[in-house]
Design a protein around this ligand. Structure first.
Ligand SMILES: Nc1ncnc2c1ncn2[C@@H]1O[C@H](COP(=O)(O)OP(=O)(O)OP(=O)(O)O)[C@@H](O)[C@H]1O
Length: 257
């Protein structure tokens, strides 16, 4: 598989996803439009249950929308081959990335795995070392297991795992939620570095508007599956117009970033 083309773009057009539950149906995402471009950072904020994770699953091709479509470089994201190619270029950083590490496998094995899965050509050991270097870790970490890493190192390894395939867009789901302040700032700094220095596109999903502002110029606010407000993050924080945005602003502890 050749490396992802430059100018990578991911679009969601009219995305709608409804779940059936015992008590009826839940419209998790309703008619959402968004675009993430290489070199741009877009924040998605919203209270619990507003559809953020569902939106992410749709963008990653892990779930199919009931209506609307996801476009990867302008082409609908359907079919295993196309989804796999998109996933090499669009990588995912889960909530609490450190706990997503496999305790039984060494750092090297865990970083080699996406290279194998996405059939990335080249010298895999070299790519693994490059990814570790990008997050400030050296070759001495290759043989370690999760329990031999500090919390900060484990976060870095998890981010390196998302970087190892050479993605052009990162989708981060509550990647700093629940982290203590120094770790939170380290992860934000790493993501900012990837965005500003390496030019990656970033979709940063969080309920924390200050974290979003530290990375993203623009954000959209989700409530009950719908976009209720969008605009520059500074403006959203300073003059929120929708009550949901106002609540998110009020809930933000005034933390230095
Ligand atoms: N597999 C599922 N089956 C049924 N309902 C679901 C499923 N996944 C999500 N939902 C519902 O869809 C809505 C949106 O959920 P989602 O997890 O996308 O929200 P969220 O904004 O990511 O929430 P949180 O911030 O708490 O993680 C919620 O009402 C949730 O209960």
């Amino acid at each position: 598989m050749s490396p992802p083309a430059r100018g990578t773009a991911l679009d969601g057009v009219g995305l709608t996803r409804t779940y059936r539950t015992h008590s009826g149906t839940v419209a998790a995402v309703r008619g959402v439009d968004l675009e993430v471009r290489e070199g741009e950072a877009l924040g998605v904020v919203g209270p619990s249950g507003s559809g953020k994770s569902t939106l992410l699953s749709l963008l990653l091709g892990m779930e199919r929308p009931d209506r609307g479509e996801v476009l990867f470089n302008g082409v609908p994201l359907t079919g295993r081959q196309r989804i796999r190619r998109a996933r090499q270029a669009v990588q995912y950083i889960p909530q609490d990335p450190a706990s997503s590490l496999d305790p039984r496998r060494s750092v090297e094995r865990q970083l080699r795995e996406p290279l194998r899965r996405f059939r990335v050509p080249g010298d895999h050991l070299r790519l693994v070392q490059d990814a570790l270097e990008q997050v400030g870790l050296g070759a001495e970490h290759l043989a370690r297991h999760a329990h031999e890493l500090s919390g900060g190192q484990a976060q870095r390894v998890a981010i390196a795992r998302a970087l190892v395939t050479g993605p052009r867009i990162l989708l981060a789901d509550e990647a700093v939620s629940g982290l203590d302040l120094p770790l939170r700032n380290q992860v934000l700094e790493l993501l900012r570095d990837q965005h500003v220095r390496a030019g990656l596109g970033l979709l940063f999903i969080s309920h924390d508007l200050t974290a979003v502002r530290s990375l993203c110029d623009r954000a959209l606010v989700l409530d009950r599956g719908q976009v209720v407000e969008e605009g520059p993050t500074d403006r959203l924080l300073e003059t929120p117009r929708h009550p949901t945005t106002q609540e998110l602003v009020d809930a933000v502890p005034r933390l230095p970033v």
